[in-house]
Design a protein around this ligand. Structure first.
Ligand code: FES
Length: 249
């Protein structure tokens, strides 16, 4: 092919790594997988949090984890794999102790996201999709995190780091590498990626209410509207819908 070649920005996409059969799943894990399944009227609805629990134990979606989910939910391993390989939050390869993402979608890119990713990549000596040799940090290029009002944003273990600059990123990576306590800009104290995955599986660690609920940039429009008495117009068909009738407008 001459000229440009297509380059995937989703190095994690693809199939599960069946060559790595290692697992740390125990009888306790299976019990917890069953507990998650029991929370739903239709137990197969539990698959997403169950996969997060697998990641918290094995550091990735492991073949053993897929099999365990399939058995608990009484579906096929292929069905579990189909879900696990569809969403980018599920990893086919082990993450580092801390999983760092840099958003490079439009607004973050305009605000310096691409440069940020490049500097982070250079400092760590790894490309997106890779893990540092000591296993401390894995790096990922992220799509929009719905935090555009804080662009450019990074995430560490799914927690936001807002309004980032190369200097702030440099400090952040040093802090993570040296084990210093790091707080996300709008959320909890950072723990580890695996611990965050356990929370996503539905086992709270008590940190959900640390930090502000919403940042200043997100609240600004609300405050301006309140000061000026702006209100959203009434929806003309609200009554019809609440009466259970078909809306006419
Ligand atoms: S573009 Fe980065 S959070 Fe939306």
């Amino acid at each position: 092919m001459s000229g440009h070649e297509f380059q995937s920005f989703f190095p994690e996409s693809g199939s599960i790594d069946h060559t790595d059969t290692s697992t740390a799943i125990t009888e306790t894990t299976l019990t917890e997988l069953r507990q998650i399944a029991a929370r739903y009227p239709h137990k197969r609805s539990a698959l997403l949090p169950m996969l997060h629990l697998v990641q918290s134990v094995d550091g990735r979606v492991s073949p053993a984890g897929i099999q365990a989910c399939a058995e608990v939910l009484e579906i096929t391993a292929a069905q579990v794999s189909g879900v696990a390989t569809f969403y980018t939050m599920y990893r086919r390869r082990p993450a580092g102790k801390h999983h760092v993402g840099v958003c490079t979608t439009a607004l973050c890119a305009v605000m310096g996201g691409d440069y940020l990713l490049e500097t982070v990549s250079q400092k760590l000596g790894i490309e997106p999709g890779e893990v540092t040799p000591d296993g401390t940090i894995s790096l990922e290029r992220l799509e929009c995190n719905a935090a555009c009002d804080f662009a450019p944003v990074m995430m560490v273990n799914w927690e936001f780091m807002d309004n980032m600059t190369p200097d702030k990123a440099d400090q952040l990576l040093d802090d993570l590498a040296s084990g210093r306590v790091v707080k996300s800009t709008r959320g909890a104290t950072l723990t580890s990626w695996r611990e965050a995955e356990r929370v996503l599986a539905g086992f709270p660690d008590g940190r959900a209410d640390e930090g502000p609920g919403a940042g200043e940039a997100s609240l600004l429009g609300l405050r301006v509207a309140a000061e000026r008495g702006w209100k959203a117009p009434e929806a003309p068909h609200t009554e019809a819908i609440s009466d259970g009738k078909e809306a006419t407008q």
